[in-house]
Structures are given as structure tokens and as C-alpha cells.
Design a protein around this ligand. Sequence first.
Ligand SMILES: [Zn+2]
Length: 285
Amino acid sequence: MKWDDGLLDTLMAMGLMREGKRAEGLYLEECLAQAWAEPIIWRPNGKGRITGVFCCMEPDCAGAHIIEPERMRAWELDWDGLCCAVASAAKAGGPMHTDAESRVTMLGAITRGGLTRELFLVRGLSRRDGPGVFASAARLNASPNATVLFCGEMPEPQQRRPNWKTVLVLSEIITLHRGKLALPLHRLFEDQTLPAAPAGTAEAASGTLTQTELEVLQALAEGGDEPQLVVQLVAASGHKRDAVMQATRRLISMGLAERPGTSRRKGIAATQQGLRRVGRLPKMA
Ligand SMILES: [Zn+2]
């Protein structure tokens, strides 16, 4: 999850985030290959500032990347603190219940205009065992009408269960107001069509693309599901590098493109939804 600095400071001050162990690597957005890099961190001559160096093997690239270790600082969520803050913002009542190895928490019941929902917060889907999280989320599976908020990532549309009436990404709806988290309560009761058009698919199928985004997606789709480097997309789409990178970020956020599943393969690929969107795969019935 990316935070702007002001929000991070506020969340740390609220006790919702704390600094954790430094990450081992990062995506080098300045590298033409956008490679996953694990720099060597060292202190020249045993004194002075510590520095990270990554020797890039990409033929089109300059060679060594100097990386400020600051960029690899990592923050951890205080899960209990976040659950309490979100429950309070959502005016959820009743006892909380956590399961699935502390990755799924029921925050309580929420009510609006005669509707009642049970509100859940889910995290850690990007971890290797993420897709299995729901199997052990007994309380969520037992809920007749859940509103499910995801920290960071939405599950694949096919994982969505019929009892998840509303699914939302927490960071997309939460705001800070006078040092407190605020949620647009009406969105927690959104009537999302189920199960024919899960949220991700609906957005991917219908979200508006700019001309640049469309052309970058077409360039991605040329390669099928093979990942492509930004430098290739620049050549294929005819757009400048910054525009290509901005477009790929949006396509990724819409589920139309992805970085390959393993962190060490380079580049960006169109997803099945992305291919479908530009007519490379048949539309879903
Ligand atoms: Zn490089």
C-alpha cells in the first residue's frame, strides 16, 4: 500500500501504524526494466551515510542504481488499533471477532435505513497463503450479509462469495478528518450486483480508459500474457515513458494489468480481463 507522507505521519500518531523491519527490496520505478531489486546496503569505509547499491543487468539501463535506504523503510499496521478505529468510524456495534490467523476481523453490526450488515476487515491477501484465508474465516463465512473491507488488495473476483453483499478497498474510501478516520457510511451498504458482475470485473469491463491507457493496454495485449518492459511499451504505444508508467499504474489498479506473480520476473502483463477488454479474449457471458 502506498501512503502519502502526511497520512502516514497521522496514522503513526494515531497508533495505527508503526515502523517495522526494513524491506529487503523494492521495485525500481526509475529503472527501464522496473525490476525488483534487492540492493546491497553498506556504509562506505565504515563511516558516513549508509547507501544501497543495485547492479542492474538490464542491457538498456545505466548499470548501477544508487538507492537511498530511506526508500526501503517499511511500516506495519497495528491491526487491533486499525480495527477499533474503523469500527468506530463505521459506528459498528457488538463484539469483535478475529479469525483466519488474525487476518479477518468482524468489527460488529452496522445499520442504516432499516438495513443491517455485518462489517468485516480483511488483510494480507498479497501474502503467499492469502487465497486460503477465507477457508478459515468461519465468522465471515457464517455471516448472512457481510460488508467486507479489504486492506490493500481485493481478492480475485472468482473468490467472492454470495454473502459478501458489498466489497470495498479500505484505502479507497477512508479519509482523515480532524485526526480521526472517517468512512462514507452509505457506501458500506452499496447495492453491488451479485454474483454475475463482481466489483473487479465490473470496473474492468466498464471503467473509462483514456486514449493513452487504451493504447498502452493494446500494446500490453500484443504480448498476450507475457510480461513486457516499460521500454517495450514505450516503443509499441508511441507514448513517453512517464505517460506509459502512469497508464500502467491505472491499468493495474483496475485489474486490467498486473506485475507477474513472482517478484523476480520483470515487466507488466495484461490480465485476462485486460485481454478481454481489448477484444483479445471472448467477452464473458
Ligand atoms: Zn536498471
